[in-house]
Design a binder for this molecule. Sequence first.
Ligand SMILES: Cc1ncc(COP(=O)(O)O)c(C=O)c1O
Length: 367
Amino acid sequence: MHADIRSLMLPHLVEAEAYAAIDPPEVLAREAGIPEDQVIKLDGNENLYGPSPKVKEALAAYKSYHIYPDPQQRKVRQALAGYIGSSPDRIAAGVGSDELIDLLLRLFVGPGDAVIQCVPTFAMYATFTQLVGGRLVSVPRTETFDVDVQAVRQAAKSGAKVIFLTSPNNPTGNLVSEEVVRQLLELGAVVIVDEAYSEFAGQSVSSLAPQYSNLVVLRTFSKWAGLAGLRIGYGVMDPAIAERLLVIKPPYNITVASEVALLASLEDKALLLSRVANIVQERDWLFAQLQRMPNLTPIPSSANFILCRLSQTKAQRVYKELARKGIFVRYYDNPLLRDYIRASVGLRRHNQALVTALHNILSEGAI
Ligand SMILES: Cc1ncc(COP(=O)(O)O)c(C=O)c1O
């Protein structure tokens, strides 16, 4: 027996902060005191169309759940190479793109090594950097939330190992241009371009991978393909990086269920991409509605969510009022985003409910 078991833990992990993850619908329903089927969940940038119907059929028909998945991910990497226009040796798949962020940091970053992120951005880069004992360097974005290239250059001078770029960025929704990606690749650090929302933007830098051995492009099936719950992401990169990721990953990381779902999704790509087009149309409709709201400014987005600035530090109260009505958006308890909420784009009925609720909250002085 040990008096203080924490004293045996690694100090940097005892101090590590948890990623502020989102709660599942049943917890949200309990909080709001409503039935689960009345929850409008716009807090996780999930795809409210759900998966392709072919996924459900394929999962039901699959016969070999008792056999381990292929540790070399052969079928998956072949299919992904066809989808993204690359070759299988440049591809590695993970349990969501989250796992690839983790594995890449483990591959490249040791204690004290610098990792650059451009804030505000996806919080998982910080979470996983602290797990490897890396030194996180947060470079603020410009007023328009663009990457401050000069400031990143300056920060990289003392020898950064990894630079995260996110395109479209979460939570701001804006893209990083190919020109900026190229400029930062020239610095020599590993540049991870996280394209989780790429299908909604119709833009990708994955075709640059053969030109730059230090470029890794991350993609996921969580957003465009509606498979967030099955956890499957992938990266396109130099074959030497992909080969190492396949060695250091847990051997059976992606499950056969996610493998089956991925292959069925790619077979139904046309349907899924038509849903993406609908979500993009909905995003533009929602943006126009939000622009008319008093005390609220939506930020233009190339993804499936919209960040909204609320004047007079009302963001947290608006978030709470929406939650009371069963509409869950994302609020960040962080100085850079204190005046903002982020709403995912759902189907028209969800978006309409959000617009009506926001309108009532903001115009009728409910707060
Ligand atoms: C920018 C960004 N990258 C990665 C992820 C993680 O995606 P996955 O579900 O593939 O782990 C998210 C999820 O919200 C995200 O916003």
